[in-house]
Ligand binder design. Structure first.
Ligand code: SAM
Length: 240
């Protein structure tokens, strides 16, 4: 896949990163025998939907020195990481970063904690918990440069989960399938209440199956009011 990486993301994994991707694939297949981690198990589908898609959202960080404006390593959080996507491929590809993987499902997080040393990843930490509670905990609130969130509910809830966790000036990246201008209008009002703006929306086509995908890039421009995120379950059931 080296040519496709290069043509689509202007980046390609080195040999260590290639073997880490291969190892990740094998570990996920093994884990799937016991846990319901993912339905995506065919090699090409895994490459496109789990590896390529994860990295497409952070294309601007690939090949960079990945430092935040204050010169520190860039810090990311992946909210609702499940089996580790997009966070683990990002941790492999963007070595000059620290990544926190967060999910409320204990079994998935135990699986991730087991595979991190096998993948040789020492730039990753994990949190087991509900993001609504983590976002209200001062240890985590406004601590990250970038929040990633894929397949964790409607976009407004994703914004409510992500924006409290990032610093002012930071970025929330929401991975979506289809997306429309009407949805942008509705999301803009929610994002404004949370102290953010929709910086841009990228549409792209995946390289193997030519599916349409979107990434929404939200910039935090003001502090998020303390009432957000609301209590567990409210952001998804009563979206802003
Ligand atoms: N992001 C992964 C991906 O794209 O493959 C997993 C997506 S999976 C459909 C959604 C994950 O979000 C599940 O693992 C679930 O436990 C987690 N999740 C949902 N709501 C959450 C919440 N409020 N706090 C923490 N994790 C949550």
């Amino acid at each position: 896949m080296a040519d496709i990486w290069q043509q689509t993301l202007n980046w390609q994994p080195n040999s260590q990163q290639q073997s880490q991707f291969q190892h990740l694939y094998e570990l996920i297949l093994q884990g799937n025998q016991k846990l319901n981690l993912t339905r995506i198990t065919e090699p090409e589908e895994f490459w496109e939907k789990h590896l390529w898609d994860s990295l497409r959202g952070v294309a601007q960080l690939l090949g960079d020195s990945s430092q935040s404006p204050n010169g520190k390593k860039i810090s990311l959080i992946d909210i609702g990481t499940g089996a580790g996507f997009p966070g683990i491929p990002v941790a492999i590809a963007v070595r000059e970063s620290t990544i926190t993987l967060l999910d409320s499902t204990q079994k998935k997080m135990q699986f991730i904690q087991q595979i991190l040393p096998e993948l040789g990843l020492n730039n990753v930490t994990t949190i087991t918990g509900r993001v609504e509670e983590i976002g209200q905990n001062h240890k985590y609130r406004e601590q990250y440069d970038v929040a990633l969130i894929r397949a964790v509910g409607n976009a407004s809830a994703c914004a409510e989960y992500a924006l409290p966790l990032i610093e002012k000036g930071g970025l929330a990246i929401i991975y979506r399938g289809n997306w429309s201008t009407d949805e942008t209008t509705a999301l803009a009002s929610a994002v404004k209440q949370l102290g953010g703006v929709i910086e841009h929306i990228e549409q792209f086509t995946t390289p193997l199956t030519h599916s349409i995908r979107h990434c929404l890039y939200l910039k935090k421009v003001a502090n998020t009011p303390v009432k957000f995120p609301r209590a567990v379950g409210i952001p998804s059931h009563k979206p802003l």
